[in-house]
Design a protein around this ligand. Sequence first.
Ligand SMILES: *[C@@H]1O[C@H](CO)[C@@H](O)[C@H](O)[C@H]1NC(C)=O
Ligand SMILES: *[C@@H]1O[C@H](CO)[C@@H](O)[C@H](O)[C@H]1NC(C)=O
Ligand SMILES: [Zn+2]
Length: 360
Amino acid sequence: MWRPLSAIVFLVAIVNPLAETRHRDQLQLDDYLDYDGVMEYLDQLARTYPDRITLKDMGLTYENRSLKLAMITNGDGRLGKRVIFMDAALHAREWMTPVAALYTIYKLVVEFEENADLLADFDWHIMPLANPDGYEYSRKTNSTWRNTRTPNVGDCIGTNLNYNFELGWGVGFPELKDSCDENYAGSAPFTEVESRTVRDIMHSLMQSERGVMYLSLHSSIRMVFYPWIYDSKPLLNEGEHVEIAKFVADQIFQSSSTVIRTWQYGEEFGGTSIDYAFYVGFPLSFAFELSGLDHNHVDHGFFPPTSEIRRLADESWTGIRAFGKKAIEKYPPSRAIHQSQEHRTTENSATRTWGLDPVV
Ligand SMILES: *[C@@H]1O[C@H](CO)[C@@H](O)[C@H](O)[C@H]1NC(C)=O
Ligand SMILES: *[C@@H]1O[C@H](CO)[C@@H](O)[C@H](O)[C@H]1NC(C)=O
Ligand SMILES: [Zn+2]
């Protein structure tokens, strides 16, 4: 039975290779992809749209997986455009976050025409799996896993990447120091290749004066956060952060009636990636906590049923698009991005102050 059938499939593929390619360029939204699935999808888009998406291996994890960055442009050949830098799944178990990152890539690359405004003067650099070892472990072995898979001193494994950045590192609560706890901040700042890689991308975007907004995807408490998290003092441009956060929440509420709260957080704990991004000079920095609600408003936390993925991906995109639109409106090429060091943080003995040329 299989022979005639495969012959037909083979014929269809020959007769209509374009339809076949178009089909493969669609993002699968009926299940969560694993690491290989994410890499294959990125490779597929890079093959079909080589002038709009470039992939770069930024580093190798402890278990030798690639920290892959997708760099997206509109293909007009202009170099040095401003950049929106987004990452996902710093926390392994937040399964909707790589979906939202890949869906953003799909929207910007495949549905390029509808979203051309987001790429006219800006490129987007997106890392859909910022903690691939942890993600794979969460998908295959222990779904609630949150950290990296690097062994610690002693028997325990893994560091929480969102406490492993340098600004205010280790400040907060006792579990940050417990190498067996899911809140372990590491034995020092930047012990993990994953946080170092995100840091190095931030530094290079600031050195080339391209980085405008850092957006870090988390789930599932339906919030938008902005710095500082390690300190209660407001940002100098807090007003811009508040306005953008409220715009995002409003766009989502209008389209799906999901309520997204907006918040500084303030003096809770140190070592987060969004504080660090603002500190090194991104004028805009946000964490976007996606929703885990199903269509009946039942909260599934980190693991929404697969039948809800498509709807939640659409909702995430509404938010991410709103972030992009506002960032672009606030920081047109005519407006300088450079902030003076004093505006980023007041110096104090607990934190070291970076210039723009520290670690590359
Ligand atoms: C990663 O690759 C290196 C070089 O091939 C190898 O020595 C190492 O054992 C690998 N690590 C793991 C955890 O597989
Ligand atoms: C799974 O991971 C969670 C979060 O790190 C941890 O608390 C729990 O002990 C792990 N479960 C097992 C069976 O290892
Ligand atoms: Zn998180």
